[in-house]
Design a binder for this molecule. Structure first.
Ligand SMILES: Nc1nc2c(ncn2[C@@H]2O[C@H](COP(=O)(O)OP(=O)(O)OP(=O)(O)O)[C@@H](O)[C@H]2O)c(=O)[nH]1
Ligand SMILES: [Mg+2]
Length: 227
């Protein structure tokens, strides 16, 4: 399996719906210091992808789910990846090079109501080309909003990720919007709708409170072999 989190590493939650929400944090996990973060290119086709051969992790999900906000939270920057309350902001594949060591990739969102059929087709082709050909891609973080039941497009996107051979990693965004006591039901709904199983991971996140940031960094570190 491509991009698999290796057996010996602890960021692997075992089966069982609720257990998937817990991710062991390594005691010796050191926060990675962001020395450098650069926007390299907004790509729409394969020929434009960076060719350095550095490992990369992509961040995908519905329009407005919080992909660009997550990148900013991870990097401790306010407006590095462009965010907007208007859905459909990110329409290209945006490559961010971090510490000259790996890429974070902000994927264009899907499911934006005002998207035309031809835009949808373009999105589909762009994603297929990226997921199926990008050999340096170690994993895809699939973002879903804690407040909404996954849509058909979410299910399709998750299937794509798994089908391409990547570890299933779901980040449940905007966790701050739902009180802790009411979350389990939300998680169970997402797990069921996406058909999560085995050692798939589910990590609650919030760009408003920073919840989940450490866990996501640990996943990135493991996927990209960061020291
Ligand atoms: N309360 C709360 N709001 C959030 C969170 N993450 C994102 N938002 C808000 O949700 C909106 C969309 O966030 P973006 O990060 O631009 O979403 P995106 O997935 O990049 O959207 P597209 O680029 O359109 O696909 C913005 O108004 C953010 O401020 C979160 O964790 N909590
Ligand atoms: Mg965006």
């Amino acid at each position: 399996m491509r991009g698999e989190v290796s057996e010996s590493k602890p960021a692997q939650a075992r089966a069982g719906a609720w257990d998937m929400c817990r991710l062991g944090i390594r005691n010796d996990f050191m926060e990675i210091k962001i020395r450098k973060a650069e926007m390299v290119i907004s790509a729409v086709a394969r020929g434009q992808y960076p060719a350095e051969g550095l490992p990369e992790v992509a961040i995908g999900g519905r329009s407005n789910v919080g992909k660009s906000s997550l990148i900013n939270t991870l990097l401790n920057r306010r407006n590095f990846a462009r965010t907007s309350s208007q859905p459909g902001k990110t329409r290209t594949i945006n490559f961010y090079r971090i510490n000259d060591a790996f890429f974070l990739v902000d994927l264009p969102g899907y499911g934006f109501a005002k998207t035309s059929k031809s835009e949808q087709l373009k999105w589909g082709r762009m994603m297929e080309e990226y997921l199926n050909t990008r050999t340096t891609l170690r994993g895809v973080l699939h973002l879903v909003d804690i407040r909404h039941r996954p849509t058909q497009l979410d299910v399709m996107f998750y299937e794509w990720i798994k089908h391409a051979g990547f570890h299933g990693i779901v980040l449940v965004t905007k966790a701050d919007k739902v009180p802790r006591g009411k979350r389990k039901q939300r998680f169970d709904e997402i797990i069921e709708a996406l058909g999560m199983e085995g050692d798939d991971l589910l990590i609650p996140c919030s760009s408003a409170t920073g919840e989940g940031r450490d866990e996501v960094w640990e996943v990135l570190a493991q996927l990209c072999d960061l020291a």
